[in-house]
Design a protein around this ligand. Sequence first.
Ligand SMILES: Nc1ncnc2c1ncn2[C@@H]1O[C@H](COP(=O)(O)OP(=O)(O)OP(=O)(O)O)[C@@H](O)[C@H]1O
Ligand SMILES: Nc1ccn([C@H]2C[C@H](O)[C@@H](COP(=O)(O)O)O2)c(=O)n1
Length: 220
Amino acid sequence: MGTVVDDGKKEAQQEALQEAQQEAHGSLADLNPTVVFVLGGPGSGKGTQCANIVEHFGFTHLSAGDLLRAEIKSGSENGTMISDMIKEGKIVPSEVTIKLLERAMLENGNDKFLIDGFPRNEENRAAFEDVAKIEPSFVLYFDCSEEEMERRLLGRNQGREDDNVETIRKRFKVFQESSLPVIEYYNSKGKVRKIDARRPIEEVYESVKAIFAPKDEKAD
Ligand SMILES: Nc1ncnc2c1ncn2[C@@H]1O[C@H](COP(=O)(O)OP(=O)(O)OP(=O)(O)O)[C@@H](O)[C@H]1O
Ligand SMILES: Nc1ccn([C@H]2C[C@H](O)[C@@H](COP(=O)(O)O)O2)c(=O)n1
């Protein structure tokens, strides 16, 4: 049985979700955007490859992690909670992340989005489906070994508070336990395009390109 505090928190989360639903029905449904989810372990190269796709295929890149970090910087009332969760490698409640994604999509003006690092768990996936009523066209999955991802993250040098060995290992565990089941879910629907992300950046991009531009079409 939940405590009064738990119940209050759940109620607030539900209210926030409902609010997001109301906003979304009117507008995201009208926009009816093309969405590609970009998933893979921390440091698998999602952001790096998204930058290439944006340049050649006219998508807008929305990184859930970047939106959450911007929310912390903005001084929002959720900032401390988001920051604490990111430092622990934990996944922020869906209603917070979905609101940020929704706002970013609606403000953007494009109708083709790469949504990077989302959905990160079943709660993210189900809540997004519920609120946005959007099915991804497909899911790009960058598959990489933990050893290689750790090497890349420790060399990333962007001053991220979660790029330290202790948090990186927690992020790997969360990826294994919570994010892989989401990839499995989409795989069972034939939506996953898996890419061997252990190779050099240019080689990985060759495989990415083949997915976005079928043989007889050329990227800009
Ligand atoms: N194929 C690659 N080979 C070697 N280094 C790479 C490759 N792809 C990306 N990198 C480097 O690895 C680091 C992590 O890449 P990137 O930020 O794109 O990963 P990510 O999957 O978006 O990570 P996160 O989920 O933590 O945000 C960066 O320093 C990037 O330059
Ligand atoms: N859907 C998401 C995406 C990200 N986060 C939090 C937890 C992650 O460890 C952190 C960094 O994400 P990244 O930039 O590595 O994709 O942001 C989340 O809670 N929910």
